[in-house]
Design a protein around this ligand. Structure first.
Ligand code: COA
Length: 692
C-alpha cells in the first residue's frame, strides 16, 4: 500500500505532503508516514529545511475519529508531534485550509507556522467529548499565552489565519498558492540562517488564578453536564504549572480518561449520525430537481419563519396570504426575523435580502416557482383547498410541500392530480432557527422529490430526517408518549416541578411542564381535544391540565401556568396543586426520586421510538437519535435516546417496562421491536450497522 505521506526534495527544501482524502484525517498510515518522513528528512544530507503540507481542501482534519474506541496503534499522535518537534533541522507547517484538532497540533509540533489567508486553526475536540491530546493544550499557551487557549479549547472554537497571526499562533501570513508561498518562506528562513525553534522549549506563562476561575465559572454554567470543557481548562492549567514533559503526560492522562467516558461515545455517535442521516439507500444516484425559487402559503409564525429560512439561503420567495393586511403583517414578521439575524451575525444586510421577497394575495403568482410550502391552519379541509389551488396553478415538475405537523400527508397529496410531487416538510418553530427538518414521505412520493427535499434541507443548513406518515411523524409522536409518561407520573405522586428538575438534571434544557408553559398550554389542550374522539378508554386525561386551560392559565403568555412568571423567570405555581390532588383521587402514591422519574420518562421515549422504527416510520434508530437531538433538545453528549438505551441495556429497560405494565398495561405495551432485539441479544446500534 502506498503511503498517504509523500517526501520530495527540491534543492535544499524537503516537502512532506499528506494526501488522505477526504479530510486528511491523521489515521495510522498518516501518522506512520509522517514519522518516517521526519526520519528521512533528518537523515537527508541535501535537505536543510522541511515543509509539511496538506493536499486537498484541508490542511489536516484531525485525529481519525473512526479509530476512537479501537485499540490504538503506534506511533501515537502525541509522539508524532514530538518527533516533528525534535527534528534536527527546521520544519515549517504550511496551512492553507482548516487545521483541526490533531491537525492544529501537528502544526504546533513544527518549528515555524505559515498560513494562507482563508486557513483556520481550531480545537473542536470538546464537541467529541475530548480535549486536545497531542500537546495542543501544552504548546498553544506557550505561543499565545493562556487567554486565547482558554477561549478556544473549552469552546471547541477556531480562529482565522489573521487572528492566528494576531495571537501569535502562527509566524507568517501569506496569500496565494500554499506550495509556492511555503517555498518562498522556507528560502527566506534559510537565508536568515534560522535554526530549529521548539515550542515545547518555550516558557509557559505562570498560573493566573483570575483567568482560570473566570473560565471555570463560565464553563460550569455553559457546559450543562458536559465534562470535556472543564477538563480542557485543567489541561491548560497543567501547562502553567508543570514542566513541558510532565504537562504532556498530564494532558495525555486527561485525554485518555475522557476517551473512556460514555460522553465521548455519545458525541462520536452523534458526529457520525449527522453524516449518515441523509444517506438513504433508496436515494443513491437519484438526482434532485432544481429549486431556484420558493412559494410559501400562509404568513403566520411558521410560514414567515419558513420564508425567512429560504431568504437566508438566498432563495427568492413568493408568499401568499389571504388579504393585503395579512400579507403586510407577514412581511413585517419576516423583516423582524431578518433584522434579528443581522444582530446575531447570521446576515449582513436585511434590506437587500428583502428585495427577494414578494407578498401576494393570488395563487397565480406561484405559477413559476419550483417549490411551494404550505403553512396554513392545521385542518384537513383547509389543506385540501390549498392543494387544489396549488395543483391548478403550479407548473409541471414543481414540488408541492406541506408543513403539517401531524396530518396525513398521503391524504393531502390525494387532493391533487400529482401525488408523486407532494411531500411533507415539517419545520420546527422558529423555522429559521431550529435545525431539524422532518421530511415526511408518503408511499406515493417520487424518489427525486424526496432527493429534492434533502437537497433543499442542505441548502437551508438544516439537518433532515426522513419520516413516514403517522400522527406526529417521528418527533411529535414520541413526544406525545413521553409527555404521557410525565402526566402518569403526576397521577402516581411526582410533582410537575420534580419532573422538570429531574429531566433538566438528565441534560435537557427544559422539563416538559416548563416547555408547556413556554409553548402555551392551549396547544396541549387543543391536541387533547383533537384526539378525544379516538381516545382509547384505558388512556388517561390530565384533567388538571384541562382545568388550568379553562382557568385561563396558559403559561408564560398569561403570566401563569405550572409556574407563575415575572418576566421569563418562573416559580412553581402552588395553585396547580389542588387541581392535581383532585385528579389523583385515591390512587396509590409513590415517592419518586429523580432517577425514577428519568427512568420512566426515558423508557417511554425509547419504547415509542422502537415502535416508530419497527413500523418503518423512522428508517433506523439513528434517525430517531438525530430527530431528538436537533428538534427536542436531547443532550448531544448522550448521543440520543436509542444510543442511551443501548448503553443502559435493552433487557433491563424491557424488564422495567414489563414491570410497570402490571399497573398500567395500556400505556406500557412493550414495543415488538424491543422484545425482538432483547430476544436476539441485539442492540439498536446493530440495527444501524445492518442498514449501513
Ligand atoms: N476522522 C475520520 N473521519 C472524518 C473526520 C475525522 N477527523 N472528519 C471527517 N471525517 C469523514 C466524515 O465522516 C465524512 O465521511 P463520509 O463521507 O463517509 O460520511 C467525510 O470525512 C467528509 O466529512 P464531512 O463532515 O461530510 O465534510 P465537510 O467538508 O462538511 O467537513 C470537516 C469537513 C473536517 C470540517 C468536518 O468533517 C469535521 O468537523 N470533522 C471533525 C474534525 C474534528 O473534530 N477533528 C478533531 C478530532 S479529535
Amino acid at each position: 500500500m502506498t503511503s498517504p505521506v509523500r517526501y520530495d526534495v527540491t534543492g535544499e527544501i524537503a516537502v512532506i505532503t499528506i494526501a488522505n482524502p477526504p479530510v486528511n484525517a491523521l489515521g495510522h498510515a498518516v501518522r506512520q508516514g509522517l514519522w518516517d518522513a521526519i526520519d528521512r528528512f533528518d537523515a537527508d544530507a541535501q535537505a536543510r529545511i522541511a515543509i509539511i503540507l496538506g493536499e486537498g481542501a484541508l490542511f489536516l482534519g484531525g485525529a481519525d475519529i473512526s479509530e476512537f474506541g479501537k485499540p490504538p496503534k503506534e506511533p501515537h499522535l502525541p509522539d508524532v508531534c514530538t518527533h516533528i518537534e525534535r527534528a534536527s533541522k527546521p520544519v515549517i507547517a504550511a496551512v492553507h485550509g482548516p487545521a483541526l484538532g490533531g491537525g492544529c497540533e501537528v502544526a504546533l509540533g513544527a518549528h515555524y507556522r505559515l498560513a494562507i489567508k482563508g486557513a483556520r486553526f481550531g480545537f473542536p475536540e470538546v464537541q467529541l467529548g475530548l480535549i486536545p491530546g497531542a500537546g495542543g493544550s501544552q504548546r498553544m499557551p506557550r505561543l499565545t499565552g493562556v487567554g486565547p487557549a482558554l477561549d478556544m479549547m473549552p469552546a471547541g472554537g477556531s480562529v482565522t489565519a489573521d487572528q492566528a497571526l494576531d495571537i501569535g499562533l502562527i509566524d507568517h501570513l501569506a496569500e496565494g498558492d500554499v506550495h509556492e508561498q511555503a517555498m518562498i518562506y522556507a528560502k527566506g528562513l534559510l537565508a536568515d540562517g534560522v535554526d530549529v525553534r521548539r515550542v515545547g522549549d518555550l516558557p509557559c506563562p505562570a498560573y493566573d488564578a483570575d483567568a482560570f476561575d473566570a473560565a471555570r465559572t463560565l464553563w460550569t454554567r455553559k457546559a450543562r453536564g458536559e465534562v470535556a470543557p472543564l477538563t480542557a481548562i485543567d489541561a491548560v492549567e497543567a501547562a502553567t504549572r508543570l514542566p513541558f514533559d510532565e504537562g504532556i503526560k498530564e494532558e495525555r492522562r486527561l485525554f485518555l480518561s475522557l476517551m473512556e467516558t460514555p460522553q465521548r461515545a455519545g458525541m462520536i455517535h452523534a458526529f457520525f449520525n449527522d453524516r449518515k442521516v441523509s444517506k438513504l439507500p433508496e436515494l443513491k444516484g437519484v438526482a434532485p430537481r432544481e429549486i431556484a425559487s420558493v412559494g410559501v402559503i400562509g404568513g403566520g409564525t411558521m410560514g414567515a419563519g419558513i420564508a425567512t429560512a429560504c431568504l437566508l439561503a438566498g432563495l427568492p420567495v413568493t408568499l401568499v396570504e389571504r388579504d393585503e393586511a395579512s400579507a403586510e403583517k407577514a412581511r413585517a414578521t419576516i423583516t423582524g426575523n431578518l433584522d434579528a439575524a443581522v444582530k446575531r451575525g447570521k446576515l449582513k444586510d436585511a434590506e437587500s435580502t428583502l428585495t427577494k421577497l414578494t407578498t401576494v394575495t393570488d395563487y397565480a403568482a406561484l405559477s413559476d416557482v419550483d417549490l411551494a410550502i404550505e403553512a396554513v391552519f392545521e385542518d384537513m379541509s383547509v389543506k385540501h383547498d390549498v392543494f387544489t389551488k396549488l395543483d391548478a396553478v403550479m407548473k409541471p415538475g414543481a414540488v408541492l410541500a406541506t408543513n403539517t405537523s401531524y396530518l396525513d400527508v398521503t391524504e393531502i397529496a390525494a387532493a391533487t392530480s400529482r401525488p408523486a410531487d407532494v411531500i411533507g416538510l415539517h419545520f420546527f418553530s422558529p423555522a429559521h432557527v431550529m435545525k431539524l427538518l422532518e421530511i415526511v414521505v408518503p408511499d406515493t412520493t417520487a424518489p427525486e422529490v424526496t432527493a429534492t427535499a434533502f437537497a433543499l434541507a442542505k441548502r437551508l443548513k438544516k439537518t433532515a430526517v426522513k419520516a413516514g406518515v403517522c400522527d406526529g411523524f417521528i418527533g411529535n409522536r414520541i413526544l406525545a408518549t413521553y409527555r404521557g409518561a410525565a402526566d402518569r407520573m403526576i397521577l402516581a405522586g411526582a410533582s410537575p416541578w420534580e419532573i422538570d428538575a429531574a429531566i433538566k438534571a438528565f441534560g435537557l434544557p427544559m422539563g416538559p411542564f416548563e416547555m408547556g408553559d413556554l409553548a402555551g398550554l392551549d396547544i396541549g389542550y387543543m391536541t387533547r381535544q383533537r384526539k378525544a374522539p379516538d381516545r382509547d378508554p384505558r388512556d388517561i386525561v390530565p384533567t388538571w391540565a384541562d382545568a388550568m386551560y379553562h382557568n385561563g392559565w396558559l403559561g408564560q403568555k398569561t403570566g401563569q401556568g405550572y409556574y407563575t412568571y415575572e418576566g421569563r423567570k418562573g416559580t412553581p405555581n402552588d395553585a396547580v396543586k389542588p387541581l392535581i390532588d383532585e385528579a389523583r383521587g385515591d390512587r396509590p402514591q409513590l415517592d419518586f426520586t429523580p432517577e425514577m422519574i428519568q427512568r420512566r420518562y426515558m423508557a417511554a421515549m425509547v419504547n415509542e421510538a422502537a415502535k416508530v422504527v419497527g413500523e418503518g416510520i423512522a428508517a433506523r434508530p439513528l434517525d430517531v437519535d438525530v430527530t431528538l437531538l436537533y428538534g427536542y433538545g436531547f443532550p448531544r453528549w448522550r448521543g440520543g435516546p436509542m444510543h442511551w438505551a443501548d448503553s443502559v441495556g435493552l433487557d433491563a429497560l424491557l424488564n422495567d417496562i414489563k414491570d410497570w405494565a402490571k399497573d398500567d398495561p395500556y400505556f406500557w405495551q412493550p414495543a415488538p421491536l424491543l422484545e425482538q432485539l432483547v430476544a436476539e441479544g441485539r442492540t439498536f446500534s446493530d440495527l444501524n450497522e445492518a442498514s449501513a
